[in-house]
Structures are given as structure tokens and as C-alpha cells.
Design a protein around this ligand. Structure first.
Ligand code: ADP
Ligand code: MG
Length: 328
């Protein structure tokens, strides 16, 4: 492993001694940045520190990274926020109509796509693998995507088709080798994958984490055992991690989610899985649905946009604009 610069080192963190460092390293936490992906609850559990000391340790790491310019300041004036947001990396969904509607897929945000079966959620996931990994990198290292597949619907041959439809000369084998696919069969495994991914992000230059589906394993597992309280605690932990990872590493997180028909007579209609805990943790929420031969994306919950629609299509090239098909 490459030697990390002092700014990342865990040694100077107050109240963490060699044994604490060893315990953190055993959990895959080697740097100050990796500390920030975790909550004080977990740091306290791992090291045995008091909750107050764990909170102080996380704050210490944050201050160090902010002072060194490795991380955005917590306090900025509106102009600085604007400048920071202008510099954020953004990736195309494959459809300019959807990009114009949602402002593309943004780093330092958790973007949710929800919709019924067949609305194109998995196609968005596959297309984003292509657009992120086919982007010309800023530095020497090419972009990588982590695809967490809990539905067993990831298809490398579909990704190959999308890549070659976008660029027949593309080195598709190289691109496929930069999409890391992790299968998750339980909510515990989903959380473990995310935690273990933290130290890979910098090493592999991961620019996007796509979760398809982000919630199914929580939903299924806890419906079976009827553990509502446990389910929400696990979900809370999970969304907290998702948000932290996207911010700390300045990467895009795309959470694919299901909808269901409510059986509550006082609150009928279609609902998105996860409830308030989940919903509040999403930065942008996009609803997908099929409408005749076309597909519709809707900005369900955006901090700066009204509820609006854009049409898209699904073709050999993945998610595209509608007109591309008509031109053929
Ligand atoms: P969801 O994940 O929301 O259940 P999908 O992303 O699997 O839905 O989208 C299913 C849609 O994508 C279907 O309408 C299907 O016809 C279309 N689709 C899948 N693969 C291709 C392809 N290779 N070419 C064109 N359309 C495709
Ligand atoms: Mg799907």
C-alpha cells in the first residue's frame, strides 16, 4: 500500500493510541478521511472511546482536512457555496432532456431513481457506468464505478452494448474491468460493502457508487423478521454512510429504489420505499415511469426545482433522448 501523507495519518488524533489505531486499521480505517465516512457511534464501538471523545476525534479529522484544503469548509458564504457547486463534477445520464431537468448526476450528492418494475431504473444504472467510465479522466488514472447489485440484474453484456453504441471504437474490455460489481444478499452485507469501499475509492479512483437496488435487501429481510425498529436503525446507518461517502470523497452516489402501493386508507397511492428516514437523506429524488412507448422522469423532490417532467427513451445506447430513435 502507498504511504499516506501526514495529513491523513491517524497518529496525531487526540485520545487515540497505538491500540486504538490498530483497532481502526482492523476495520479498514487507515486515514483521517476514512474516519469521516463513519459516525461517532461506530468509532466509539470500534475503539472503545467514549462517545464524546469519538465525536471530538471525527471533528479533529474534519478540521485537519478542511485546513489543508482537502475538504470543503463547513462554513462558507453564499458566493463560496456557488463557486464550490460550479466546480462539482457532473455526469450525463445519457439523455440531455433528463440532464437539463435534473442538472446531471452530481458529485457530493445522493441521487435517487425510483419507479415501478420496467421503468428503466437498472438502465440508468448501466448507462451511468458507461458515461462515468468512458469520461476522459482529469489525471492519469481512469474513472472507476462501484456497482452494488442486490437484485442480480447487472448484465455486463448490456453494458458492453451501451459502450459500443456510444463509441464503436471504445476499448470495452478495459471499461468493463473498471466497473466493480459487488453482490449483496443482505442489509448487513450492503453496509459492509460500503464500509469496505471507503479505502478503495482513492486507490481505484471510484467516481460513482450505484446501488441497484439500495433498499430491497432492507425491505425483504426485515419484512421476514418483522423487526421494524431494527430495520430503521440499519437504514439510518446505511443512508448516513452513503451521504458521508459522497461528501468526503466528492463522488456521485446513485440509489435505485422501488415503489409500492400503500395499503393505508388514510394515505393511499404510490409510495417510495424507506419512509422519512430514507427520504430526508436523499439529495435529489427522481421518479421514473413508462408512458406509452416513452418513459418519463419527474423531479419529485429537489431543493431548488419545481416538480417537472422530461421524456427519455431506452435504446441500444441505454438511456437516450426520444428523438434519437426517430432519426433512425
Ligand atoms: P427497472 O430496473 O426499472 O425494473 P429496467 O431498467 O430493467 O427497469 O428497464 C426495462 C426496460 O428497458 C424495458 O422497457 C426494456 O425493454 C428496456 N431495455 C432493456 N434492455 C434493452 C436493450 N438492450 N435495448 C433496448 N431496450 C432495452
Ligand atoms: Mg431493475
Amino acid at each position: 500500500m502507498t504511504k499516506k501523507a501526514d495529513i491523513f495519518d491517524l497518529k496525531d488524533i487526540p485520545k487515540i493510541g497505538p491500540i486504538g489505531i490498530e483497532k481502526l486499521e482492523n476495520e479498514g480505517i487507515f486515514t483521517k478521511r476514512e474516519m469521516l465516512a463513519w459516525s461517532w457511534v461506530e468509532i466509539s464501538e470500534i475503539t472503545g472511546m467514549s462517545k464524546i471523545d469519538a465525536e471530538a476525534a471525527i471533528q479533529y479529522c474534519k478540521n485537519k482536512l478542511q485546513k489543508s484544503g482537502m475538504m470543503q469548509k463547513s462554513e462558507m458564504n453564499a458566493l463560496e457555496v456557488m463557486e464550490h457547486r460550479e466546480k462539482l463534477k457532473r455526469w450525463t445520464t445519457g439523455s440531455t432532456a433528463v440532464d437539463d431537468l435534473i442538472g446531471m448526476i452530481e458529485a457530493e450528492a445522493v441521487t435517487e431513481f425510483s419507479g415501478k418494475f420496467g421503468s428503466g431504473k437498472t438502465q440508468f444504472g448501466h448507462t451511468l457506468c458507461a458515461t462515468i467510465c468512458m469520461e476522459k479522466p482529469e489525471g492519469k488514472q481512469q474513472n472507476t464505478v462501484l456497482y452494488i447489485d442486490s437484485e442480480k440484474t447487472f448484465r455486463p453484456d448490456r453494458l458492453k452494448q451501451i459502450i459500443l453504441a456510444k463509441d464503436p471504437k471504445a476499448d470495452w474490455k478495459d471499461i468493463l474491468s473498471r466497473v466493480i460489481v459487488q453482490n449483496a444478499t443482505s442489509s448487513v452485507e450492503m453496509i459492509a460493502i460500503l464500509k469496505n469501499s471507503a479505502h478503495l475509492i482513492e486507490e481505484l479512483n471510484i467516481k460513482g457508487i450505484i446501488l441497484d437496488s439500495a433498499t430491497a435487501r432492507f425491505r425483504q429481510q426485515h419484512a421476514e423478521f418483522g423487526q421494524q425498529g431494527y430495520k430503521f436503525r440499519q437504514l439510518n446507518k446505511f443512508v448516513h454512510l452513503l451521504g458521508n461517502i459522497s461528501d468526503v470523497y466528492s463522488i456521485a452516489v446513485v440509489a435505485i429504489n422501488q415503489v409500492y402501493d400503500s395499503t393505508d386508507p388514510f394515505s393511499p397511492g404510490q409510495k417510495i420505499y424507506g419512509g422519512n428516514v430514507w427520504g430526508h437523506a436523499m439529495t435529489y429524488r427522481i421518479g421514473l415511469r413508462k408512458k406509452g412507448k416513452a418513459f418519463v422522469a419527474t423531479t419529485i423532490d429537489f431543493p431548488h426545482k419545481p416538480v417537472e417532467d422530461a421524456l427519455y427513451d431506452i435504446t441500444k445506447a441505454g438511456i437516450t433522448d426520444i428523438k434519437e430513435k426517430k432519426k433512425k
